[in-house]
Design a protein around this ligand. Sequence first.
Ligand code: HEM
Length: 216
Amino acid sequence: MSAQGQEPRPRLLSELQAHAHELPPFTPQIVSWVKWSIDRLPKDNPKILTDTFYRLLFELAPNTRSMFPEDLTPQRDRLFGALIAAAKGLEQPERVEQALRRWGVTHQRTHGVTEEMYVYVGQALVRTFKELLTGTDSMVMSSWVSVYQWMAAVMIDEAQKAALVDQNPESLMGPWHEEQPVSDQQLHAEDYATVVTQLRPRRDRAEAARRRAAGG
Ligand code: HEM
């Protein structure tokens, strides 16, 4: 594939959020471009993936460095691995969406992620593919932008709901909390194995905090 055109830029977050409740804005063709690019990442050298992604992220947003552990080897990486795993599960977007919604809450409550940071992570992600897959077509890049914009919009949407609940615990009675989430294992057993193990204690803490806030 040959490099063409300019790198697509993320749309404004407000515009993204307006679409968070719509169907995923990507077609099977977009999903296949994204998967095509994942398949071509250097699997024999996972370190170059994480090195490139986090280098780009910390160049774009140095203030995010302290949010991550010192050791960002592939074995310890959780963010980049999750982005790739979520993209691999896109044939079942409703399952990915449920996971994204839970992560949106943990990102807001546990990691203190701001909306602006989602833009930088998206740029680091797209640039990682551009650097590692030389000659990547602009179709691949714009496919990643579509997919990432949707992921970020869903996470931000749920983070905002969590923030409202934190401010007003009585709103816990809403349908949001009655939903039965699809388990991470159902979503993508193989890719999520590590993430789930690490996520569970944090999720349990978030649940306990919610129960306390609700007086339960
Ligand atoms: C669509 C976008 C994103 C996805 C799918 C995603 C997914 C994940 C997942 C699944 C985890 C591990 C579970 C957890 O700790 O909650 C994680 C960890 C983390 N994410 Fe994200 N994330 C996204 C965006 C962001 C953004 C914008 C930031 C801000 C810099 C961020 C910062 C972090 C941090 C600091 C961790 C913990 C790292 C660690 O302790 O190893 N994430 N992410």
